[in-house]
Design a protein around this ligand. Structure first.
Ligand SMILES: [Cu+2]
Length: 155
């Protein structure tokens, strides 16, 4: 008697386990595929949200130059630290030009409030005089020529 390959009981077991293997693989593939799909949906949603908030910020964001009196790098540090508040995205004071370039969210903070924050730590701004007590407290090297004395020189 000749055993046909296909009718061999051994072969049929092999075939069945092959089918099971393939089914398990298919299920695993589908699960993974679904997860990947979910992840990419999440990614797309995240991207859209980031884009929307960036667009909204761009609409309310303002970048302005404000003159702030001061001397050195330490002054720069004091001035910029006074603007580490909600609504201010970027603050950069140039000690040579005495110009502060500030980017802020106009729905959260105003140019006026920004100048008040700076004046509160002892620095004169275009609009506000620096707090005298704070000015006296800052380091000696930072005792810059005040806006008022400069104005008097001009007169
Ligand atoms: Cu200084």
């Amino acid at each position: 008697m000749r055993l046909e390959g296909n009718t061999s009981p051994f072969r049929s077991v092999v075939n069945q386990s092959n089918i099971i293997d393939i089914t398990v693989f298919k299920i695993l593939f589908l699960i993974t595929h679904q997860t990947i799909k979910m992840k990419s949906i999440q990614f797309i949603i995240m991207t859209i949200m980031v884009f929307i908030s960036a667009t909204l910020f761009a609409q309310t964001a303002k970048t302005e130059d404000i003159k702030v009196w001061g001397n050195c790098s330490l002054c720069k540090n004091h001035i910029e630290t006074s603007l580490k508040v909600d609504g201010v995205a970027k603050a950069d004071w140039n000690k040579k030009t005495k110009i502060l370039t500030v980017t802020y969210d106009s729905t959260k903070i105003t140019n006026d409030q920004i100048q008040k924050n700076i004046a509160a730590v002892g620095y004169d701004t275009e609009k506000y005089k620096g707090d005298d007590k704070a000015y006296n407290d800052i380091d000696e090297c930072c005792q810059y020529d005040r806006k008022s004395t400069e104005d008097k020189k001009k007169d």
